[in-house]
Ligand binder design. Structure first.
Ligand SMILES: Cc1ncc(COP(=O)(O)O)c(C=O)c1O
Length: 390
């Protein structure tokens, strides 16, 4: 078969397409949006072809979770990450966040404590506060040029009898850490020792840079597989977030049934026909695209890192995964509202406010580089010019 090549430089029209990233009220025509975590790339051609073919039927009634949907998720985990899971362990969920919320409701009670690494993706914080759970923050701290886990603090939080769940986000949003086997084993061991169940959000699992490998938490051992539920979604990799279709993997049948029941109890968040078709096509035929996209993103990352060398005001710890960059802007000596205004009004760049990732994010902004190279180059020109003009 001829090798498929995807052109990540191909411009796509997003403005005016009911697209959250470009059509947000704050995103004026002169603004370059680099915030919410989707890509500016067309989905892989096999995904487009599968959707076109299915859509041409003209019949769009209620779908079921097909056998092939479960098989495609299992195939991807096995072929990409050497995690051999039975199809029966895979279940549909309408998104990783809805899935995590359902799992939290199914596996803990109001008043229970949930531990998470911080800074953390904002919906995790909302999940806790909206469901009466108490979030305990195990802060990742920079040591030897890398965000590292404070295991002493982690164990203290896990050992509290009121702690029932640990939410692992790996690769981690927003720091871009890709945890090593050793770290994951240590987390797993501590959770087992203190009877804490793990919800592993691996939505960024495909997005690792050269020299870093994503290891599914459940692939480490049978014990850890049984003491966890893993969430995946092809959306970050293949730009299919609009289909609201994800999956969870639970090797423990009782846990799987409990989480699934919580999903079913929330009527109205059922299967999505387009999402099912897209997920199957992406996981069966999208490996070439995932590989080529990471090579392209590494080029974008190099550009940002090289540009930031030219100023001592904004720093970055080079991420090991994800297309999200956690920019340390404390050198600009601005309050958070000044910082946001600086990016939006002076640099004309729309980024995520670091403070929404928790108090650890004060002085930080998160930048999404999953866009055409020319946009990344333009963003760096704008940013450096704005810094010079201060
Ligand atoms: C860590 C993490 N989890 C979950 C999500 C969202 O997942 P979904 O759209 O499947 O609910 C994101 C999106 O940015 C994310 O970064």
């Amino acid at each position: 078969m001829m090798e498929q090549i995807h052109n990540f430089d191909e411009p796509v029209l997003r403005r005016g397409s009911d697209c959250k990233k470009y059509d947000a009220a704050v995103c004026g025509p002169d603004m370059l949006p680099m915030w919410i975590a989707d890509t500016d790339f067309k989905a892989p051609q096999p995904v487009i072809d599968a959707l076109m073919q299915r859509m041409s039927d003209g019949v769009y009634g209620y779908p079921v979770v097909s056998k092939e949907f479960r098989a495609a998720v299992a195939y991807w985990e096995k072929t990409r990450f050497h995690w051999d899971i039975p199809e029966s362990a895979v279940e549909f969920v309408p998104g990783v966040i809805p899935g995590v919320i359902c799992a939290v409701r199914a596996l803990s009670h109001p008043g229970d404590q949930v531990v998470i690494h911080t800074p953390c993706y904002p919906p995790f914080r909302d999940m806790a506060s909206h469901n009466g759970r108490i979030l305990l923050r195990n802060e990742l701290k920079v040591k030897n040029g890398q965000y590292q886990i404070d295991f002493e603090d982690l164990e203290q939080k896990l050992s509290d009898v009121r702690t029932k769940l640990f939410i692992l986000c790996n690769p981690q949003n927003p720091t871009g850490r890709v945890f090593t086997r050793e770290e994951l084993e240590k987390i797993g061991e501590l959770c087992l020792r203190h009877h804490v169940f793990v919800l592993s959000d691996e939505i960024h699992g495909d997005l690792t840079y050269r020299g870093h490998t994503h290891i599914p938490f459940g692939s480490i051992s049978k014990e850890l597989a049984e003491n966890s539920v893993t969430f995946v979604n092809p959306s970050k990799t293949f730009n299919t977030a609009g289909f609201r279709t994800a999956a969870f993997v639970a090797l423990n049948p009782q846990i799987k049934a409990a989480v699934h029941e919580a999903v079913l109890d929330n009527k109205g968040i059922g299967e999505n026909l387009c999402g099912t078709v897209a997920t199957i096509a992406a996981y069966r035929h999208g490996a070439y695209y995932a590989d080529q996209m990471m090579e392209y993103l590494e080029g974008n990352l190099d550009i940002v890192c090289a540009a930031l060398e030219k100023t001592d005001k904004i720093k970055i710890v080079r991420p090991e995964g994800t297309y999200l960059l956690w920019l340390d802007c404390r050198g600009l000596n601005m309050t958070q509202s000044q910082l946001k205004a600086f990016f939006e009004q002076k640099a004309k760049l729309l980024l995520n406010d670091g403070l929404t990732f928790g108090p650890e994010g004060e002085g930080f902004m998160r930048m999404n580089i999953a866009t055409q190279r020319c946009n990344v180059e333009e963003a760096m020109r704008r940013l450096l010019r704005a810094v010079e003009e201060i």
